[in-house]
Every structure is written in C-alpha cells, then in structure tokens.
Design a protein around this ligand. Sequence first.
Ligand code: 13P
Length: 251
Amino acid sequence: MSARTCFVGGNWKCFGSNQSIDALVSGLLKADLSNTSAEVVVAPPFVYLSKVKEALAGKNISIAAQNCWRESEGAFTGEVSPAMLRDIGVHWVILGHSERRHIIKENDELLKKKVEAALKHGLKVIFCVGEQLEDRKSKRAQEVVTAQLDACKEHIGCWENVVIAYEPVWAIGTGEVATPQQVQEIHSMIRRWFEENISSSVAQKIRIIYGGSVKPQNSTELAKNPDVDGFLVGGASLVADQFASIIRSTS
Ligand code: 13P
C-alpha cells in the first residue's frame, strides 16, 4: 500500500429497506475504525441518501450517490442532478459502474458528460472502468480500460476530485476475485496511462481502487499491491462487520 490515503467505498447497489439500512448503519456506527486512516464512503440507493447521511454524521464516513444526471436541472423525468445531490450534502458520486454501462447501456458519450457535470457541481467522482470476460479471454483487458479512460480525459479539468475504480466485470458479484497479480497489472497500467496522458504528479496522487468480490478473506492480500489504494465493495459492504474488516485491512 502506498503513501496515498486509502479509499474504501461501499456500493449498496439496489439493495436495502428502511429496516435493513437502519441495521446496517447501526453496525457501521458500532464498528471500530479508530486505527485506520482510510477515507470511507458508502453509496446507498438515492431514496435513503439523506437518512444515511444524517445517521452517519460524526462517524467520518462520507456519502456517495450511485449515479447522477448530466444536467443541473430540466425536463428529465426520473433523473437526479448533481446540483440536487450537492443540495442535500452528498459529496461523492459513482459514475461508469459496469452495471450502468452494460445493463442500463450508458455509453462513453453520456458518461463523459456526466463526469463533467458532476465535477462542475463540486461532486467528487468514483469513476469505474473494467473489462468483460470476453475482453480478458481475448487479451483485450488493457485496451478496453484504456479506451474508457481516453473517453473521459478531455472532460476532466482537475483530477484531484477523482478516484478510479478498476472493476473487472467478470469479478463483480461472482465470488471470482481477480488475483493480486491481475489487479496489480491493470492498476500499474492505469497509473502509467496517467503518467503518459495527464501528468506525473496526477499519476502519483490519483487513487486507484479495486472492486469485484472483495471480502475480508482476500482484501489484505490485494491491499499489499503497490498500486492498490483501496476498494470499491459491493456485497460485503452490506454486512457492517465485513465492510469494517475490509476497511481495517487497508491500514
Ligand atoms: P461485489 O463486491 O459484490 O462483487 O461488487 C463489486 C462492485 O460492483 C462494487 O461497485
């Protein structure tokens, strides 16, 4: 693990109810995070954002939305704008998650506008990249990830407020975690991309986190990689003890 401040995000996806979220939050409030310096963020579904934000006030856990729209307002039924998220005190947004790229069919064209709008409104962005199984099998993983980064590069003026999450699609929700070697290979490639396309200073500072079946049983090993600066956790972030244990493993 590097000198960069580690970052651990919990992506709750489309899971939860008032009852289960109360239980999860109360578990997080009780969790001992005193010995970790990691920056921690949780991303509840939109409708629970305010409630979770209020409940976790004082715990040093920030709140992220799982998505946002590309405009500040307008006739866009069903969308939530970055300005609205800022208005309710949300500081982070996840963009480019593979479930939105592949199930909702969000493409690079839309994503770059979303990233630009989110940053313009003062949100920090967890920008997700990652290849599908076919890409990996045909040895195109690096090419796919590079193309996803290339697509956004002109639309990000300042990278200070961006975290990159490498989430290979084949490892998400499957229990098939990428090996530490596979993760390090792509993370170092991403850092090289920053070196070559943005600047050395950004390459050194930007946090590159891994997501895909991260559990307390594998996080310590993954966190040892020099270019792994933390995790974006799905399933295990819905269990307070597991999420806390993953956070502690980054120390
Ligand atoms: P899992 O940890 O459930 O594999 O999900 C990873 C993920 O998609 C986080 O954004």
